[in-house]
Ligand binder design. Structure first.
Ligand SMILES: [Zn+2]
Length: 439
């Protein structure tokens, strides 16, 4: 521990920071709970000297600002030269956030599949915003991500290692999360230098994290693990760099998950929709060869995961949330977990989108606006009438006037924060251009 409780740091910019508590050791640095101007922050200070490039980049990140509220972004540089203290302030991570590591080892769970998908979509949106700001993530690993099990909120930490596309500060993530070309240290043909992390390698890592979240396994950890006594650096270089074989490769079946060892993966893979399986296959098979064109992009993931989220139905018997549709044409008939008959629900069709209307299902801005990128902006939620539980409706939020037309041609207007009744064959005119129908 470099600092003591109660110690006051007088920073280069004239502010006083009081050390309240030691929060943890992150390898690269130590993190403290501090008080500055009557507000609590987390202070990260580096254990070793930082390079001028690293320090310059960190300052630049502070100036550029956070891409979204999901990032625990460096807010202010802390520099106390005579004590050799170099670091930065960020907001404190709330106790409600659990580490992604604790999810992977089964200690913490998402409340349900819907909440897990909320988190996944937020993760994709955050990567999209990060890339739009010209950054790439670089140091991707399971220790950087946190989730709120109850509402699917996301926090991304360690953003001092975020830096401009194609640059690198000498800090690479764990091989398990890295794109193979970065693991191998390939030469970038356009520069003649070693391939540096960029949007395309980030996309690969994002797909790995999504796969791990949805399937509780790793895309390249299957039967070939048996070839190694221990998983050391040489084994990792082979598995994630030189010879990665997707566990569900359609043609090469040499690295399938092993029964009894990859139990979670074997159980979960069949539960995810076919379009997600295709997107994973594309990234983890074709994306090994064509890094720029064959890796599922953030926006593609957002659309596919939103489709999954729209189609969820909760099993009344076992509580599991599964995809209402078996494929594009056919609904399922039974719960894939307990095999009980699937409940019959109304479905709202808006253009090509289908939203299964079970209590708790939500409408989002892109459902009624083709050009919206507010993928998590809730505009409505399916509710149950408290007095008559047989009456269901969609409670709208901050909406403009909505025109309903029933099967007999009768019209009704739904005003701001009103409720659309869930009735079969109801046509809903959300706005000038978007119309939906409940079937
Ligand atoms: Zn069930």
């Amino acid at each position: 521990m470099k600092l003591n409780r109660g110690e006051i740091l007088n920073t280069a910019n004239g502010k006083a920071i009081k050390i309240i508590d030691f929060l943890g050791d992150g390898g690269q640095g130590e993190v403290y709970l501090v008080d500055m101007e009557n507000h609590h922050y987390a202070l990260k200070i580096y254990k070793d000297d930082v390079t001028s490039d690293f320090w310059y980049n960190l300052k630049n990140n502070v100036t550029k600002g956070s891409p979204s509220e999901s990032f625990l972004w460096p807010l202010e540089i802390v520099e106390v030269e005579d004590k050799g203290i170099y670091g930065y302030l960020m907001e404190v991570r709330g106790k409600e956030y659990k580490s992604f590591v604790s999810y992977l080892n089964g200690k913490n769970h998402f409340k349900d599949v819907r909440t897990m998908l909320d988190w996944c979509i937020k993760l994709c949106c955050s990567f999209k915003l990060l890339h739009e700001k010209g950054f790439s993530y670089q140091d991707l690993n399971d220790g950087s991500f946190f989730f709120n099990p109850d509402n699917g909120d996301l926090l991304i930490c360690d953003n001092d290692n975020v830096c401009a596309n194609k640059k690198n500060l000498g800090i690479l993530g764990k091989m398990r999360y890295m794109a193979p070309e970065i693991v191998r240290g390939d030469i970038d043909k356009s520069t003649g230098l070693q391939q540096m992390p960029d949007v395309h390698s980030d996309r690969f890592s994002l797909s790995v994290i999504l796969f791990m979240t949805l399937c509780m396994g790793h895309p390249y950890e299957g039967e070939t693990m048996k070839n190694y006594d221990i998983i050391d650096e040489i084994a990792e270089l082979e598995m994630y760099g030189k010879n990665p074989i997707f566990v569900y490769h359609k043609l090469d079946k040499s690295n399938r998950p092993v029964r009894g060892y990859h139990h979670s993966l074997i159980r979960r893979w069949p539960l995810i929709p076919m379009y997600l399986k295709e997107a994973f296959h594309k990234t983890f098979v074709d994306g090994l060869v064509d890094r720029e064109n064959s890796r599922t992009t953030e926006i593609e993931w957002i659309k596919l995961l939103s489709e999954y989220r729209d189609s969820l139905v909760t099993c009344p018997h076992c509580g599991y949330q599964y995809d209402y549709f078996l494929d594009k044409r056919n609904p399922r008939t039974h719960c894939p977990i307990c095999n009980q008959i699937k409940p019959t629900l109304s479905v709202l069709t808006v253009g090509k989108k289908k939203i299964v209307l079970e209590p708790g299902a939500r409408l989002y801005q892109p459902h009624v606006d083709k050009y919206s990128s507010l993928y998590n902006e809730k505009i409505g939620e399916v509710i149950v009438n408290k007095k008559n539980p047989n009456l269901w409706g969609i409670r709208m939020i901050n909406n403009d006037e909505i025109v309903l037309t029933d099967s007999s041609g009768n019209h009704k207007i739904v005003g701001t924060n009103g409720v659309i009744p869930i009735i079969r064959n109801l046509t809903i005119k959300f706005n000038e251009t978007i119309e939906g129908e409940i079937r």
